[in-house]
Design a protein around this ligand. Sequence first.
Ligand SMILES: CC(C)(COP(=O)(O)OP(=O)(O)OC[C@H]1O[C@@H](n2cnc3c(N)ncnc32)[C@H](O)[C@@H]1OP(=O)(O)O)[C@@H](O)C(=O)NCCC(=O)NCCS
Length: 287
Amino acid sequence: MTVLHPLQKSIEQHFAAGAAAVSDAGAMAAFLELRAALERGEVRSAEPDAASPSGWRVNAWVKQGILLGFRLGVLEETAAGALTFIDKHTFPARHFGVHDGMRIVAGGSAVRAGAHIGKGVICVPPMYVNTGAYVDENAMVDSHALVGSCAQIGKRVHLSAAAQIGGVLEPVNANPVVIEDDVLVGGNCGIYEGAIVRKGAVLAAGTVLTRGTPVFDLVTGDVLRASGDMPLIIPENAVVVPGSRAVSKGKGHPSADAWGLSLYAPVIVKYRDDKTNLSTALEELLR
Ligand SMILES: CC(C)(COP(=O)(O)OP(=O)(O)OC[C@H]1O[C@@H](n2cnc3c(N)ncnc32)[C@H](O)[C@@H]1OP(=O)(O)O)[C@@H](O)C(=O)NCCC(=O)NCCS
């Protein structure tokens, strides 16, 4: 049985109160408590749950708490040198110290309040981690990478340059994007709409996954798709590369005046082997 978090009831009540929460000091206190717990990694917008068919449980109340923070926030101007920023005062950029045990290299990066960054994480500029996201220990977030709101990034994950991990804040019960431990997300990948990438998988540069993208597994012969409550799930240790498939409908149909089009199709070419481990041993020397 799931044990209720001490903050859950209070967050749910303040969220349900709508506009009335704005003048309620208790609402702000509950939100600030939640934000601090998120940053410490004590609560998460989604967490592993063996009892759930996808292996992950969404904590809708946590997402409600984040939305409550947007409702309670008023626009505030902040500055860094000559640059000015305007955002809800409830979601400032996070400040870090050496005691946090992570590295954030100088130059154009930000981690928004309410995001958790684990020990040993390396953030290479420019990168951005949005609120509610959870980046676990020893992950690497490379230049131009985005970790969208509520996304869950596992231990030792490598988010390569320009990898985009989409945010999923609403609806509150929707799965965020989950990248499990030891995954390599290649350069320019885009993972959106609650897709789950299981442990050890490798996404070759340029792979894009959405809820509507079928993935073709050459090894098992399966075509993987999202359906109903289940998101698109990339299996453990799968090596996925961006491919294409012939269009067989309409003008794509083989005929004299056909356009000869093909559609983007991610393909599982194999499951991780020694060669993959060699190809993905990227940044050990940087640590
Ligand atoms: C996926 C990757 C890790 C290669 O893994 P690997 O296990 O060494 O793969 P292999 O070379 O054994 O290739 C397996 C098959 O997939 C194909 N393949 C491999 N990488 C591919 C790619 N990026 N696009 C299309 N096909 C690819 C190979 O041609 C091979 O098919 P074949 O046997 O029909 O020729 C590598 O291509 C990759 O994308 N690395 C990430 C690069 C990157 O983004 N670095 C970030 C730096 S910031």
